[in-house]
Write a new protein. Structure first.
Lengths: 212, 215
């Protein structure tokens, strides 16, 4: 039974960090041995999970959602009204998409997503988050100096563009819907999907490129 | 709590490593798999977060993301009584349940979908605010776990959406499930950061009813 004893958790954290071997790979191997010994999971199922995240689950899912929203006005309306449902219709729902919200970039607004308190991210839709998203530097700076952060990612904003930073402090998760680049008229879903970068769906990329 | 995890607005961290990939090492991938396929049945998401918040501040900043997860899973399993500290030291524990039959990548995909969790939970209280309402956040927080960041306390903002009632994290971290109205509140960047901020910019937070007063 979980006691929810905050001070006990602090004590155990301190004990483990000072007593375990310092190599994180060994620490994870110890944890894996314990959960497999206990019968909580099998090594094969852990391998399958890794395979899932190496293939089927990744930012290409979100990219397809964005490309569909460019092609199909009805889908776009549904995505902006009920992103969780729109993603579920495609089978891309799961971990951390239950209360998904889509926020669209416009000529006058750029959206940027951060989780300053932990590392909230719509995993089932975008795959594992990039390391920088979880870094202290990004979490600290995105809310305070978003334009400097964007500049580090190479994003230059035109004069008339406001930045809105979404700090995901609850169980809502945010998907930025980037603008469709000019020169992509007539492209199909697969072609458009390939243009959508992971960072553009977090907000650290803005101007997507049409194929040369 | 005013913990080290509450990083929003802190200064001195320097440049962002914009090219860092999602995983650098195989053990990080394995940690992610362990995290999403194990756990104690009565953990709440907010208790899990609060345990991370109780890491020593220097440790929190010095270990990598997935090592934090590893330490937190071990801490969670020990404090919930699934393993002892001696089990962790030995690296083995007695089997107490039959492992599930391996289910392959299809099974993993199904578990991912089944993990679409919902946090809406009715509240007996009416919503106090609607979109457009001016609000001010509390200046002080009593709870050990809270989702009102330090940088947005005592600040004036405007409700831009009401999401119904969701599980209240301050109590969920203690294992108590109560619904409370949840809002998205927009703050002008200058109201948070002063004149240094760009007057065009804003920050939104998702905040529960008891974090707010009418303004």
């Amino acid at each position: 039974m979980t006691t929810f004893d905050s001070d006990e958790a602090a004590h155990v954290h301190r004990h483990l960090h000072s007593h375990l071997p310092s190599d994180p790979a060994l620490r994870v191997r110890t944890l894996e041995s314990l959960v497999v010994d206990k019968g909580l999971v099998t090594t094969q199922d852990l391998d399958s999970w890794i395979e899932l995240y190496a293939g089927q689950v990744g930012p290409h899912r979100g990219a397809e959602v964005v490309a569909r929203s460019w092609l199909d006005p009805e889908f776009r309306a549904r995505l902006l009204a009920d992103a969780a449902g729109a993603v579920r219709d495609l089978g891309y729902h799961g971990h951390a998409t239950g209360h998904l919200k889509a926020v669209e970039n416009t000529d006058t607004q750029h959206n940027l997503v951060v989780c300053t308190l932990c590392s909230c991210y719509p995993f089932a839709l975008l795959g594992m988050s990039p390391a920088w998203y979880k870094s202290a530097a990004y979490r600290a700076r995105a809310v305070r100096e978003p334009r400097k952060v964007l500049a580090e990612f190479g994003v230059e904003l035109p004069e008339g563009v406001a930045v809105r930073v979404w700090d995901s402090t609850a169980e809502l998760r945010y998907l930025v819907v980037p603008q469709r680049p000019a020169g992509t008229e007539g492209m199909d879903l697969a072609g458009l999907t390939a243009l959508v970068t992971r960072n553009s769906m977090i907000g650290t990329d803005r101007d997507l490129k049409a194929p040369a | 709590m005013d913990g080290i995890h509450d990083l929003g607005g802190m200064e001195g961290f320097g440049a962002i490593d914009t090219d860092a990939p999602p995983f650098r090492h195989d053990w990080e991938r394995r940690m992610w798999a362990i995290a999403k396929n194990t756990g104690a049945p009565d953990w709440t998401l907010d208790w899990w977060r609060h345990m991370v918040e109780r890491m020593q501040p220097a440790t929190y900043l010095s270990v990598s993301y997935f090592e934090k997860w590893c330490l937190n899973y071990l801490t969670g399993f020990v404090t919930s009584g699934l393993f002892t500290l001696e089990d962790v030291a030995r690296g083995t524990t007695p089997r107490t349940q039959a492992p599930p039959d391996p289910s392959g990548v299809d099974g993993a995909l199904q578990r991912l979908r089944d993990n679409e969790r919902f946090f809406d939970l009715d509240s007996p209280d009416p919503a106090r605010f609607a979109a457009g309402a001016p609000v001010r956040t509390k200046s002080h927080i009593a709870a050990r776990h809270t989702r009102l960041p330090r940088y947005a306390r005592g600040c004036r903002g405007e409700v831009i959406a009401h999401h119904g009632a969701h599980v209240f994290p301050d109590l969920s971290a203690q294992g108590i499930h109560v619904g409370q109205h949840l809002y998205t509140v927009a703050f002008a960047a200058r109201d948070l950061w002063g004149e240094a901020a760009d007057p065009r910019d804003s920050v939104t937070l998702d905040l529960w009813d008891s974090y707010l007063d009418p303004a």
